[in-house]
Design a binder for this molecule. Structure first.
Ligand SMILES: Cc1cc2nc3c(=O)[nH]c(=O)nc-3n(C[C@H](O)[C@H](O)[C@H](O)COP(=O)(O)O)c2cc1C
Length: 367
C-alpha cells in the first residue's frame, strides 16, 4: 500500500532559492506519480490544505534569516492546522558561497529546529530536514556572487535537493544538519536578538534612489506588503523582513542598502540609549549589575532601537527630497558601487542552464 498519494509544499522565497528547491522536489514527486501542490505562502489568497482523508506528505521550504527561519514562515507554521500525526519535512536555504574551489556553507542556527519544534507541538511527525547552501542573497553584506559561481553552486545543490526528495519520498528519515546542533544552539541568542530586534533595524536601511521611476514592482512583489509610496518614493514599513526581493528585482537598480545612514542611526540611537540608561539608573537609584535590570535594560534597549530608527527613517525619507542628502546617502552606500552585483535566481536561470524543476503555483515576474 502506498504511503502517500499527495505532496503539499509550502514555500516562501525572497530571491528564488527556496522556490527553485521546491520545484526540484516537485519534479521528483511527479516522477513517482504523486499529486503535488506547491504553494508560495505570500502569494496566494487561499492556501490549499490536505483533506483529512488524504494521505499527504507536507513540506516547508524557506530561507534562513538571522540564524532562524524567515519570520513569515514561522508565523505560517504556527498558524497551520493541527497535525493529527501527519508527516512533514523541512528545507531551509542558506547563504552558500564559493572560495576558489571550496564551497562554503551557511549557518542554520535554529532555522530548522524551531519550525520542527512548533510542528511537533502541533502534532506533526518531522521525518526529515535539510539545509541547502544556495547562493547568498544578503546583498547589504556583500556583492552578489558572480554568474559562474552561482551556476556552480546550483549545479552542486540540485542533486543534493533531488536526492533529499527521493529519500524522503521513499520513506527514509533524513536529518541533515544534526551535527551542527551544538554550534546552532550556541548562536541561538543571536537568532533571538535578530528576531526581536535586528530585523526591524534592517528594514529601515532601504532607500530608493533617483533611478526609481515609480514602476511599483517592489510594492507589488513584496511578500509582506511592507512597501508603500510616501511622498513619491517607496517607503519600507517595520513589517519588512529584508528578504531582498525588492533590492534584487528592481529593474532600475534603484533600491539601495544605505550603509552610511544605518551607521548614523546606530550612533544616534546608542547616544540616546546611554543617556536614557544613565538617567534611569540615577533617578531610580538602580544597581546596574542586578540581574533583573540587566534583562530589563535589554528589553528597553531593543524597544528604543526600534522606535528611534523608525522615527529617524521617517525623517530621512523626507530629507531625501533634498539633493545634498540624497547625494550623501548614495555616496555612503556600498550597494551603489559599480561592482556591487544583485542576486536573483530568476535572472540568473534565464541567462544560464540552471534547471528550475517543476512549475510552482505562482511566477514571480522578472524584468
Ligand atoms: C536578512 C537576511 C538574513 C540572512 N541570514 C542568514 C543566516 O543566518 N544564515 C545563512 O546561512 N544565510 C542567511 N541569509 C542568506 C539566505 O538565507 C540565503 O541566501 C537563501 O538561500 C536565500 O533564499 P531565497 O532566495 O529563497 O530567499 C540571510 C539573508 C538575508 C537577506
Amino acid at each position: 500500500m502506498e504511503r502517500w498519494n499527495s505532496l503539499y509544499i509550502y514555500f516562501i522565497s525572497g530571491t528564488g532559492n527556496a522556490r527553485v528547491s521546491s520545484g526540484w522536489i516537485k519534479d521528483e514527486a511527479d516522477k513517482q506519480g504523486l499529486n503535488t501542490v506547491v504553494q508560495q505562502i505570500d502569494r496566494l489568497q487561499n492556501i490549499a490544505i490536505p483533506l483529512k482523508s488524504e494521505k499527504a506528505l507536507i513540506g516547508f521550504a524557506f530561507p534562513t534569516h538571522g540564524f532562524n527561519a524567515a519570520p513569515i514562515m514561522i508565523r505560517f507554521i504556527a498558524g497551520f492546522p493541527r497535525g493529527l500525526g501527519r508527516e512533514v519535512f523541512l528545507l531551509n536555504t542558506r547563504a552558500g558561497m564559493k572560495l576558489s574551489k571550496i564551497f562554503l556553507p551557511g549557518v542554520s542556527g535554529v532555522a530548522l529546529l524551531l519550525p520542527a519544534f512548533i510542528l511537533w507541538l502541533k502534532g506533526y511527525k518531522c521525518i526529515g530536514f535539510r539545509p541547502v547552501d544556495l547562493p547568498s542573497n544578503w546583498i547589504p553584506l556583500h556583492p552578489g556572487l558572480k554568474k559562474k559561481v552561482i551556476e556552480s553552486i546550483f549545479h552542486r545543490c540540485e542533486p543534493i535537493v533531488r536526492n533529499f526528495a527521493v529519500n524522503i519520498l521513499s520513506g527514509k528519515k533524513v536529518y541533515r544538519g544534526l551535527l551542527s546542533i551544538p554550534l546552532d544552539l550556541l548562536i541561538s541568542p543571536i537568532a533571538l536578538a535578530y528576531y526581536v530586534g535586528g530585523r526591524f533595524f534592517l528594514s529601515k536601511t532601504f532607500i530608493a534612489n533617483n533611478n526609481c521611476n515609480n514602476c511599483g514592482i517592489c510594492i507589488r512583489e513584496c511578500p509582506t506588503s511592507s512597501i508603500r509610496m510616501v511622498s513619491g518614493r517607496p517607503y519600507w514599513n517595520l513589517t519588512c523582513e529584508s528578504c531582498m526581493r525588492c533590492l534584487n528585482y528592481c529593474p532600475e537598480k534603484a533600491i539601495e542598502a544605505a550603509h552610511g545612514m544605518a551607521v548614523a542611526f546606530w550612533i544616534i540611537f546608542s547616544a540616546i540609549n546611554t543617556q536614557l540608561f544613565l538617567l534611569l539608573i540615577n533617578s531610580l537609584n538602580i544597581n546596574p549589575h542586578i540581574w533583573w535590570w540587566k534583562l530589563l535594560s535589554q528589553v528597553i534597549g531593543i524597544a528604543c532601537m526600534i522606535i528611534i530608527t523608525a522615527v529617524l527613517y521617517r525623517i530621512m525619507h523626507h530629507a531625501m527630497g533634498f539633493r545634498p542628502v540624497r547625494f550623501l546617502v548614495r555616496f555612503t552606500s556600498l550597494t551603489t558601487l559599480p561592482f556591487w552585483r544583485r542576486y536573483s535566481f530568476l535572472k540568473n536561470s534565464r541567462k544560464s542552464h540552471i534547471s528550475s524543476g517543476g512549475q510552482v503555483a505562482t511566477e514571480v515576474p522578472c524584468s
